[in-house]
Design a protein around this ligand. Structure first.
Ligand SMILES: *Cc1c(COP(=O)(O)O)cnc(C)c1O
Length: 481
């Protein structure tokens, strides 16, 4: 039975639904249970479902005609036409870009979050307490001090904007009233993620003001960094921030964060760390945990729950050491949002004072659920496993010469070329072709990146479902592609 809204005549004679709720809750319950079964089946058989290109007929079927079909028909369509056509990052051999795998606990959390439909912009209710608990726990994991503030955001891209806005605010206290004054410069490694450039652009500083510092195996070359800062100061510019990387997107490299913290202190610069995935090596075993030593000394940190903490999209976090600087950049409470001493309008501080959004979804619950379900130990063990598997892939590449590593495996990234005997141009073409072929066949998902002018195959292992056999089979597939 389709659950269509009941209709009734109101005074004007116009036809109006009296509510958008299902007309028959029992029919809804049955349809929703069947859909939940389809979701659980899908996760339980994730290994059977790699990414596959979407048929045109399915794509065309998504077109909206504005006609009401009711929840029961919707449930069937969700299970049959929507559920199968995701990114495929739930599959154990998905290592493209940096994609989290998702968690069964996330399905439970998202169901409850949608039911509560809480707005986490502020006010006095349980959902904001869940977000506080997530931030508090992460603050401890990262070694940030008690007074540090934070807010959950879409991801590291938005977290970077918020962090650099706080840094800009410290450098230019009048920025909110008068706008940006020219001359601010920032510094980051040449291998830093584009999110930092984008943040500089959005903050009105321009990405030319973000200096790309050459890197060694141990991240940014500190002599080159000091030199660039001195040069800018001599030119009358105003260095304000240095952006370290914990886990670079291409090669999984880590800056020496203690050295950067010392330098930032000496130079009176704001130290921001992009720890999108790599920050979570804090939960891993040695030697990988050591890579992020010093991360707790940063002025701000951006990291994602949706990558290496496996939480369903989207969920990132910014932590800021100096809560005053954080609030100075964002807090604003017009009369219609005035703080109240009691009632639903209480519950200070409100998260809307710590970021861009006023209305905010419940990203917190799925992160909280992951930590409750698996604990620091369970998540840490999965993170360690990813590093062990990346090392295995590295060894597998070396053992399959002329396959060759493009760079040493540091953490959870393995970047390599399928045939090092070919010319650079031929290697690029071959690696691109291999990545596409394996994606299309469903054998494995590698992405590509350029190292030393050669387009290489790249695996970022943030996948708790990957096994050692998956690694070996995927390398065999590269050989045979
Ligand atoms: C993914 C990533 C980003 C961007 O984060 P989003 O969550 O995708 O916005 C920034 N830096 C690094 C190192 C990343 O891997």
């Amino acid at each position: 039975m389709d659950a269509r809204p009941r209709r009734q005549r109101i005074g004007t004679g116009a036809l109006m639904a009296d509510t958008l709720d299902p007309a028959d809750w029992e029919a809804y319950r049955k349809a929703a249970h069947a859909l939940l079964d389809a979701c659980v089946d899908r996760l339980a058989t994730a290994r059977d479902h790699p990414w596959q290109p979407m048929p045109d007929a399915v794509r065309a079927g998504y077109t909206l005609d504005g006609v009401a079909r009711g929840e029961a028909a919707l449930a069937r369509e969700l299970a049959e036409q929507v559920l199968p056509w995701g990114t495929g990052n739930t599959h154990p051999r998905f290592w493209g870009w940096v994609h989290g795998t998702g968690l069964a606990s996330g399905v439970m959390a998202e169901m409850v979050a949608a039911t509560m439909n809480a707005n986490l912009g502020g006010r006095d209710h349980g959902a904001v307490e869940i977000e506080r608990a997530v931030i508090d726990w992460t603050r401890g994991v990262m070694g940030f001090p008690q007074g540090a503030s934070g807010v959950l955001v879409t991801g590291t891209s938005q977290a970077t904007v918020i962090a650099l806005a706080a840094a800009r605010q410290r450098a230019q206290p009048q920025v909110r009233t008068r706008g940006v004054s020219p001359g601010l410069t920032a510094y980051t490694g040449a291998g830093a993620h584009n999110a930092a450039r984008k943040a500089m652009e959005l903050l009105g500083l321009g990405h030319e003001a973000l200096r790309a510092i050459p890197e060694t195996d141990r991240g940014m070359d500190l002599d080159a960094l000091r030199h660039a800062i001195a040069q800018d100061r001599a030119a009358g510019l105003r260095p304000f921030a240095v952006i370290g990387t914990a886990g670079s997107v291409d090669l999984g490299r880590f800056d020496d964060l203690n050295a950067l913290a010392d330098l930032a202190q000496d130079q009176d610069l704001w130290l921001h760390v992009d720890g999108a995935f790599g920050a979570w090596t804090r939960l891993a075993d040695a030697p990988w945990r050591d890579l992020s030593d010093g991360i707790g000394r940063a002025d701000s940190l951006a990291c994602d729950f949706h990558k290496w903490m496996f939480v369903p999209y989207d969920c990132g976090l910014v932590l800021i050491r100096d809560e005053t600087a954080h609030r100075a950049a964002f807090a604003a409470r017009p009369p219609y949002l005035a703080a109240q001493s009691a009632g639903l309008g209480g519950g200070e501080p409100w998260f809307c004072d710590y970021g861009i959004d006023l209305s905010r979804g419940n990203r917190a619950l799925k992160a909280w659920a992951a930590i409750r379900a698996h604990g620091a130990d369970g998540l840490g063990a999965a993170i360690t496993r990813c590093c062990v598997l990346a090392a295995r892939m590295g060894q597998g590449v070396t053992a399959r010469a002329p396959m060759r590593l493009a760079a040493p495996v540091v953490s959870n990234l393995c970047v390599f070329t399928a045939d090092s005997r070919l010319s650079p141009a031929e290697q690029s073409a071959r690696n691109t072709r291999v990545a596409q072929a394996l994606q299309m066949s469903g054998e494995a998902v590698f992405s590509t990146t350029s190292v030393g002018g050669i387009t290489c195959l790249r695996a970022a292992i943030t996948n708790h479902r990957t096994t050692g056999e998956d690694i070996d089979a995927a390398l065999d597939a590269v050989t045979n592609a």
